[in-house]
Design a protein around this ligand. Structure first.
Ligand SMILES: Cc1ncc(COP(=O)(O)O)c(C=O)c1O
Length: 357
């Protein structure tokens, strides 16, 4: 049972939150396979289901806000932009290509103007927010912060940016996918909305797609709920169940993978084939000397580490990012690695042999 008077650690919240509460209930939330509910007139897309609610309660408790689940991370991003209805979005120039593609299309359709910024340059971001606010009014401006960024792992000064935005009533959205609810809790720093691709660390097993939004502002929560109803990008029942099951071990997985990534990064920095390496938690990016060809060779030469595009699973995956049109501006030799929870010596042995190739 959740005792709201006790402040518990994230490990405990991850295990206990969102469980059924009544006597003789099953221990875990059930997979509710229903679109329609008897007598009440409830309909899943409009009213939600108890499977979604269990996941939303648990993620909400970890982040300190009210949570809604969506079909994918991109569905969550779309719902946020629909709900906040900005006319200008200030966005990191190097960040997840999917969100930048969505914003690019919205701009092409005349719905928004996109202002790209270097998200680590707090003064430049503040200036861009101020200029946009002076032009269209602060209530029509959204600052979209992704931190750490995909794929270069840039880290924004999150608290400073939230303070600067709140001072002029600009709403902030934080894509916290790479940090997960364990690495940072942006709502506690003043963010208006947080989003996660739950497909990544929250699910944690590369077997589902789901998205999550969080806010502690009631008016924004209502707008996000409305966006889910009218856009219809609801999560699947099995996906919600699996995401909650994944969440139960998120703190342990995130800690173990971060420890592995710290060690792999330390060794990469000392390796003669490596130009640059950085990790934030389990996410690690490194640049191989010799550009695209050398980096492709490394990816093709591992035996255990999987070349794959997604991230945040128990297994170590990696890929060269500049091959995608949306990441064309990234260093050609940059490999983004999502470090898993295998034995660190096995990860290193595989990578070291691939680097020697
Ligand atoms: C930072 C970030 N945000 C959002 C998304 C989109 O999530 P999804 O693939 O679940 O739609 C991704 C996917 O890679 C991501 O890396």
């Amino acid at each position: 049972m959740t005792d709201e008077n006790v402040s518990r650690s994230p490990r405990t919240v991850a295990v206990t939150a969102g469980r059924p509460q009544n006597e003789n209930d099953p221990l875990n939330a059930s997979i509710v396979l229903a679109s329609n509910f008897q007598s009440t007139g409830d309909y899943a897309r409009t009213h939600g289901t108890s499977t979604w609610a269990a996941l939303e309660t648990a993620v909400g408790e970890l982040e300190g806000g009210q949570c809604l689940s969506f079909a994918t991370g991109m569905a969550a991003a779309s719902a946020i932009l629909f709900a906040l209805n900005p006319s200008v979005v200030v966005v990191p120039s190097v960040s997840y290509l999917g969100v930048r593609a969505l914003l690019g299309d919205m701009q092409d359709h005349g719905h928004v103007r996109v202002v790209s910024v270097d998200i680590v340059d707090t003064d430049a971001v503040t200036k861009a927010m101020n200029e946009a606010s002076a032009q269209v009014g602060a209530e029509r401006v959204v600052l979209w912060i992704e931190t750490p960024t995909n794929p270069t792992l840039d880290e924004a000064e999150l608290e400073k940016l939230c303070i600067a935005a709140n001072a002029i009533n600009v709403r902030t959205v934080v894509d916290s996918t790479f940090a997960s609810p364990i690495g940072q809790q942006p709502l506690t720093l003043g963010a208006s909305v947080v989003m996660h691709s739950g497909t990544k660390f929250i699910g944690g097993h590369s077997d589902l797609m789901i998205g999550l939004t969080l806010t502690n502002q009631q008016d924004i929560f209502e707008k996000l709920s409305r966006a889910r109803v009218v856009q219809g990008a609801t999560p699947g029942a099995l996906e919600s169940f699996l995401a909650l099951r994944g969440l139960r071990t998120l703190p342990l997985r995130y800690e173990a993978a971060s420890k592995n990534a710290d060690e792999i990064c330390r060794r990469l920095k000392a390796h003669t084939a490596i130009e640059w390496a950085k990790n934030v938690g389990p996410m690690l990016s490194y640049i191989v000397k010799g550009g695209a060809q050398a980096a492709d060779k490394v990816c093709a030469s591992t035996l255990m580490i999987i070349t794959a595009t997604s991230l945040g699973g128990v297994e170590t995956t990696m890929e060269r990012r500049q091959k995608y049109a949306g990441d064309a501006h990234v260093n050609p030799g940059l490999i983004r690695m999502s470090v898993g929870i295998e034995d660190v010596e096995d990860i290193w042995s595989d990578l070291e042999k691939a680097l020697a190739s």
